[in-house]
Design a protein around this ligand. Structure first.
Ligand code: NAD
Ligand code: MG
Length: 383
């Protein structure tokens, strides 16, 4: 029987590429969810005939209701944040692919895992904000977390040999460096939204593209790696690899290093998360070594890109510090995209919140949302 997938965030960059993979593999779509892009979601419904659909935005949900009223075999429609969570928990799916952006994805990750459903996770913010709760729930319910983020997929692929994996010593997390690699603070003083949205290697949603420009994305990924692979943060080294050909590397007890390489195409890690432990042919092109002139390595500049330094500080502080850093960043990126704050201000705000409190200790899911609200309020008070 074909695998049944519930895809959350289906209208986004990862969402649409996931549907490419799902179609190529002949998988069945059980559920689709999006925030407000009703026209694209409706096309996806027509093409993939899901049993259930969730629309988070209320106005958009009303529009969807109207469209579905005229449709034969219309899917069941769920609305709001509750609808997203309800869909994530529906046990008819074999796997929930969470491609929502931001902490908005956390409740769905927890809801799916709580039902013992495997989660293919693109939504790194789930692990950054609620890493302890997410990994604890997965363990307790014996559900799997399958990484979709390309670096984490690379690491996961390098750890498939259990004998080697148990001697994992170090992770070499690669970073493209983003559009502002090599720039100084003075040069970034007037960096605009347009400059920041121009990523050299990947075409992605706006939020993660800004995160790549500030290196917040690498900070979030470092935290994500700590939760997924159980190494302390000082054992995760960031290596700038400008061409995004090496997607990450792992080092074992004997100092042997394994790397995963390929073209920068998210359909490879998306597909691996869905087909694991199998590897099957897919739609991504092969890497052409005759056209590849060099693979270069550099060190990340944490003095200029303060978000990365702040994330390192946050994970070493522990507790809710990463959640606070994430909340401040989400709010700051929103303001930057609205041209309300400067590029460098994002780093200042993220660093400011991490320094502002202790944050250590255990937490509940309510504490996570409270901390997120507090971090957003902090940003609004400091601009
Ligand atoms: P995107 O902005 O293109 O798409 C986001 C999706 O989430 C959309 O379908 C949108 O409808 C939905 N969404 C937005 N707000 C929501 C809310 N409040 N509730 C429910 N749904 C909501 O983003 P993206 O680039 O596809 O990124 C998605 C996630 O994958 C992010 O966590 C990102 O960090 C991660 N990721 C993306 C890439 C990439 O190449 N795009 C690579 C690695 C990881
Ligand atoms: Mg990544």
């Amino acid at each position: 029987m074909a695998k049944k997938i519930t895809l959350l965030g289906s209208t986004g960059s990862i969402g649409t590429q996931s549907l490419d993979v799902i179609q190529a593999q002949g998988y069945e779509v059980y559920g689709l969810a999006a925030h407000s892009n009703v026209s694209l979601l409706f096309k996806q419904i027509q093409q993939f005939s899901p049993a259930v659909v969730a629309v988070v935005d209320d106005e958009a949900a009303k529009k969807m209701r109207t469209l579905l009223d005229g449709m034969a075999n219309a899917p069941k429609l769920l609305c709001g944040k509750e609808g997203l969570e309800e869909l994530a928990a529906m046990p008819q799916a074999d796997i929930v692919l969470n491609a929502v952006v931001g902490i908005a994805g956390l409740p769905a990750t927890l809801a799916a895992l709580e039902q013992g459903i495997d989660v293919a996770l693109a939504n790194k913010e789930s692990l950054v904000t609620g890493g302890y709760l997410v990994t604890e729930t997965a363990k307790r319910k014996q559900a799997r977390l399958l990484p979709v983020d390309s670096e984490h997929s690379a690491i996961f692929q390098c750890l498939q040999d259990a004998h080697s994996a148990k001697t994992l010593q170090k992770i070499l997390l690669t970073a493209s460096g983003g559009p502002f690699f090599g720039k100084t603070k003075a040069e970034l003083q007037h960096a605009t939204r347009q400059d920041a949205l121009r990523h050299p290697n990947w075409s992605m949603g706006n939020k993660i593209t800004i995160d790549s420009a500030t290196l917040m994305n690498k900070g979030l990924e470092l935290i994500e790696a700590v939760w997924l692979f159980g190494l302390p943060p000082e054992k995760v080294q960031i290596v700038v690899q400008r061409q995004s050909i090496i997607h990450s590397m792992v080092q074992f007890a004997d100092h042997s290093i394994l790397a995963q390489l390929g073209v920068p195409d998210m359909r490879i890690p998306i597909q691996y998360a869905l087909t694991w432990p199998e590897r099957v042919p897919g739609p991504a092109p092969e890497l052409d070594f005759t056209k590849l002139s060099s693979i270069t390595f550099d060190v990340a500049d944490e003095e200029t890109f303060r978000c990365l330094a702040a994330c390192k500080k946050a994970i070493s502080k522990g507790g809710l510090a990463p959640c606070a850093a994430n909340g401040a960043n989400e709010e700051a990126v929103r303001l930057f995209l609205e041209d309300k704050i400067s590029f460098l201000k994002i780093g200042e705000l993220v660093e400011g919140i991490v320094e502002s409190e202790n944050f250590a200790g255990s937490y509940t899911v309510q504490d996570v949302y409270e901390c997120d609200r507090m971090a957003r309020a902090y940003v609004l008070e400091h601009i």
